[in-house]
Structure formats: C-alpha cells, structure tokens
Design a protein around this ligand. Structure first.
Ligand SMILES: Cc1cc2nc3c(=O)[nH]c(=O)nc-3n(C[C@H](O)[C@H](O)[C@H](O)COP(=O)(O)OP(=O)(O)OC[C@H]3O[C@@H](n4cnc5c(N)ncnc54)[C@H](O)[C@@H]3O)c2cc1C
Length: 423
C-alpha cells in the first residue's frame, strides 16, 4: 500500500517540502493543506518589491497551483486543519473531513502579533492580502507610522520612504532588531535609516491609538501624538503552535521541539519552518529562527529523510534583508553584546562584521558582501581557529581563511552603495 504524507501549512516551508519530496523521488501520496487562498508563495517581497509595486503577486508563487496537480500533489487551499488524532494517525479538517496519514509534516508558521483591542484600522504585514491592502492605502498617504523596529518593520520603512512618504518607526527597546542583531550591528542599521530620512524613536512605546476615517492618531510613551495617514504594526510573529500543543507534542521556547532531522517528539510527525525549535548540530543547541533559507533547508532535510535518505539540517541560519538597496545578511549567532570585528565600514561600502567566540567564528553580518556567504558558513560550521587581525584585513581573502576549501570568489562586488537610488 502506498503511504501518505500530509503537510499542514502551504507557506514557503510546506510548499518547498512538497517540491523536495518530488525531487527526492518520494513514492507516496502527498497532500498539502493550507488555509490561505493562494498556492505557496514567498513572503520576502511583501515588505519590499511587492509593496513598492515593482512585482506582481504571480511572481511570488513557488509554482502555479496547476503544476502541483500535474505532479500528483493533492493541494488543498482554503482548508484549515483543526486537530491531529495521533492515535489513529488522522488530521481533522475544520469542515469535518478526516484524512489518514502515515507521516505528518507541520509547517504552520506564524501570524502577525497584534496590538489588541479594536485594531481593524491598522495594517499588519504577514500575508499577500496584507501587503496588497497596504499598497493600495499608501497611494494617497504622506505620513506613515510603523510600530516595531524589527526586520520587517525596517524593510517596510525603507520601502515606504523610497516611495516618498515621511516615515516614523517606534521601537520600545533601546536598540533596533532586538533579539536578532547585536547592539553594534543594530547601530549601523539605525544610522542607515536615519541617513535616509527615517525618523526612528527608540525606548518609545505606542500607548494608545485612535483610528479615524482618514488615518490614525498614535499616542506614544514620550508624550507625543503622531497624526498618521497610515499606521503599520510590525511587532513580530506569533507562532501557530495550537495544533502541536493540542496534540501533545513537545514545545519549548515558542517552537515545536525537533531533532536535526526535523522529527518531533512523535516519530511520525515532523516540523519545519518558523514553528520549529530545532537541534542544531553546529551550535549544539536548539534554535528557533524565522527566515526563509532555514525554512527551505529544513524542508529539504525532512523531504529527503521521508524519501528514505535521512539527512540532517546543518544550514547556518541566515536572515537576508534588503533595505534602501543594501543587501544585509545576518548569519549564525550575533548575541546582543557581541563586539564585532569589521572588514570595511557599513556606512561607506561593502563590509562584514564578524563575531568571534573563543577564537572561532560563530556569526557575522554582511553589507553588500553576499558573495562571501559560502566562506562565512564554512568558517562557522567547521569551527576553524581565526584571529582578529586576519578577519579585519581586506587583503586576506575569506577563501584563504577556509584553507581553499571554499573557492576564491571572484564574482563582481555586489552593487556600489547608493542607498537613495530609486527601485
Ligand atoms: C513581510 C515579510 C518579509 C520577510 N522578509 C524576509 C526576508 O527578507 N528574508 C528572510 O529570510 N525571511 C523573510 N521573512 C520571513 C519568512 O517569510 C518566513 O521565515 C517564512 O515565511 C517561514 O515560512 P513557513 O512556511 O514556516 O511559515 P509561514 O510563512 O507562516 O506559512 C505557514 C502557512 O501555514 C498556514 N497555516 C497555519 N496553520 C494552519 C492550519 N492549521 N491549517 C492549514 N494551514 C495553516 C498559514 O496560514 C500559512 O499560510 C519575511 C516575512 C514577512 C512576513
């Protein structure tokens, strides 16, 4: 009898897992269930190119709905899985239908954290519909407020500033991107935004807001009131853990606990993407990360494992972001108080900031230096002993530091710096 794998959640992780199962030659039946009306799509452009009107929704789709059907994937959109019956290996759909599985992959991702109260007049940015609605409302807007100075809030600020609006970002913490970037790195990103005209208020909270017909009044903890045409809330992600919790799977630190193969505490259930708290063999700890590269790597690892060739996920987590035309990649671990060693300076051109711990690289941030990412990943994964002088010296290639294991990258340097260039 053919076995069945059900993937719950048709976001980037779930969609990519179905593709990887096909690529790995998986012989079983694949059912991909998502509650959104769209086939799996990338969320990255929602705060950038799609919001700016530089691309249209069709470009975001991993593949067209028809292509899944042609390849034998049973893609079920607008369907919500409300319960897992582990004893009978079944999932229950909201409409009452029950589906049997042999293996289950949870890829339920997250939803935007909300302000609470009557917030129907404010914008959030998690789905394609959110981004399209915001894009429409920005057409007549001049003054925009963004509550939350994380990566999505900052990308959105950069996009909207370049569309010609005056943007204020309100962040409750003393630094931007708390929890992802070190204070030093966040300082460089703060400089970039201020240089490009974004007003950034740190240590400042939104205490109240009044939605009006033509905008919103936002009251702040420093006593100011902002009159806004558009208000956006970017307070991070609330992981969709309800299914896993009600099924009794192990959950820790806001994520479903998995081993390096994506296996949860039930050997027939796997988890991938933003909901996971996955064991990382390189860092010897469990990590919960929210980025597309990790979601795709976990999808690949689970798919090959299900297809009979178990392969652990050893991807070094990397968040790639683009702000004011500058490509920034934050990889590995960059703890809040890390003192970074710089090669180049982020304000003037391509630069890399390294985080050394006990003579080994554990993390880095690159500004328009994405071509060095393979070497950085190698140095982190292999734990090569390094010293500060060699890292800071632009005349010593990162390839040389890998001992030639990663080829010298002679690709042209990523674009010159021009943060105010048009899209
Ligand atoms: C605006 C924005 C910009 C971003 N930019 C970047 C970037 O530049 N670089 C980067 O690396 N990452 C970026 N990210 C993060 C990246 O998009 C996420 O890491 C990625 O979407 C995670 O994929 P996922 O499939 O795990 O979860 P999700 O994308 O959240 O997808 C999960 C899907 O499952 C559905 N679902 C949940 N529960 C159920 C259920 N019970 N039944 C059926 N369906 C269900 C959800 O509705 C959703 O469609 C960005 C995210 C956003 C929102």
């Amino acid at each position: 009898m053919t076995e069945t794998t059900i993937i719950v959640g048709a976001g980037p992780a779930g969609g990519r897992c179905a593709e990887e199962l096909l690529d790995a030659g998986y012989q079983g039946r694949i059912i991909l269930i998502g509650d959104e009306p769209y086939e799996p799509y990338e969320r990255r452009p929602l705060s950038k190119a799609l919001l700016a009107g530089a691309v249209e929704p069709a470009r975001l789709m991993l593949r067209q709905a028809e292509a899944y059907r042609i390849e034998g994937v049973d893609l079920r959109l607008r369907e919500f899985v409300s319960r897992i019956d582990r004893a009978n290996r079944q999932v229950l759909l909201r409409g009452g239908e029950k589906l049997d599985y042999d293996r289950l992959v949870l890829a339920t991702g997250g939803r935007a954290r909300r302000l609470g109260g009557k917030d129907q007049h404010v914008h959030y940015l998690r789905t394609l519909d959110d981004s399209l609605k915001l894009r429409r409302n920005l057409e007549d807007a001049e003054i925009v407020g963004i509550v939350g100075g994380g990566l999505v809030g900052l990308e959105t600020a950069a996009t909207i500033t370049r569309l010609g609006c005056a943007v204020t970002v309100v962040e409750g913490s003393p630094t931007l991107i708390p929890g992802v970037a070190s204070e030093e790195l966040a300082g460089h990103i703060l400089d970039l935004h201020r240089r490009c005209g974004v007003e950034v208020l740190l240590n400042c909270r939104a205490t109240d807001f009044l939605a009006k017909e033509d905008g919103a009044q936002l009251r702040l903890s420093d006593g100011q009131t902002l009159l806004l045409d558009v208000m956006i809330v970017a307070l991070g992600v609330q992981p969709n853990l309800e299914l896993a919790v009600s099924a009794g799977l192990a959950v820790e630190g806001g994520g479903v606990v998995t081993d390096e193969f994506g296996r949860t505490s039930d050997p027939n259930i796997f988890a991938i993407g933003d909901i996971t708290m996955q064991w990382h063999p390189v860092f010897q700890t469990r990590l919960r990360v929210e980025n597309q590269a990790s979601a795709y790597a976990q999808a690949r690892s689970v798919a090959t494992t299900l297809a009979g060739q178990p392969s652990p996920c050893i991807e070094i987590p990397t968040f790639e972001t683009n702000q004011f035309g500058i490509s920034i990649e934050i990889t590995g671990l960059v703890p809040p108080n890390a003192r970074m060693i710089w090669r180049g300076h982020p304000a003037v051109g391509p630069a890399i900031g390294f985080v050394l711990h006990q003579g080994r690289l554990i993390g880095a941030a690159s500004f328009n230096s994405g071509r060095e990412m393979r070497a950085l990943h190698y140095l982190i994964a292999e734990g090569i002993p390094l010293n500060r002088d060699a890292l800071a010296n632009p005349h010593i290639s990162l390839s040389a530091l890998t001992g030639g294991a990663v080829a010298l990258n002679d690709a042209p340097i990523d674009q010159p710096f021009d943060p105010l260039a048009p899209f």
